[in-house]
Design a protein around this ligand. Sequence first.
Ligand SMILES: [Zn+2]
Length: 247
Amino acid sequence: MVVMSTRGKIEISTELLRTLHRIHRQLTDLRSQIARGPRQIQAGETMVAKADADRQAAHDKLQKAKIASDEKQLQLQSRELNIEELKVKLNVAASNREFALLKEQIAADEQASSVLSDEILEGLERMDLLEKSLADAQEELERQQTEQAQRVSDVQQKLKTLHSERERVEAELEVSEQQIPAVIKSEYKRIAAAKGEDALAPTEADSCGGCNQTLTTQVMSTLHLSQLVRCPNCNAFLYLPEDRRVR
Ligand SMILES: [Zn+2]
């Protein structure tokens, strides 16, 4: 177990370590809030795309129903034309037998036409419903687009604030870092760059607040003397929290 304080005693202000950690935590929080922005926009875009696909599907369904209905209308027209022709033939029937056959044929065709007419009516009713669905889908798409435009504007506004806040906190960090003893500065920089806020940890009931490693009495008393101690487990720069007084 290597405890740095046993190699060479480095005086470091507990207040400074607390401040550094607070700033690093703020930066972590700001960075995660900044990262959330594009994700919110992305999620909104997914919702718009879904609404657009739904609208397209409703549109396609209606188109298909229209085509089917048009085909049936044409069928009906040609059947009716056919019936008219049969009626003409009926008028000039050469025999009773031909007359009876034509009569039978006309009755059958009229029956078939009537079934087709019913189907066409049902189709028209269904098309009314499909038109309503399309209008709803269109409305939903417009609602999602409006919401997304608002969301993008809100997120951009928020990001602007967050970026300037991050700049302010980074400047604050730089000022505080100037107070770090030169002998450990580059080591601190390296760890901070790699671990962010986990580069520092308060003690919690004689344990490392970062990794929960129990700290020895020697480590604890060194901390009370405002000397630099690294956690033997996670390597964090340890410090006493606000409620622990420094001797
Ligand atoms: Zn630790």
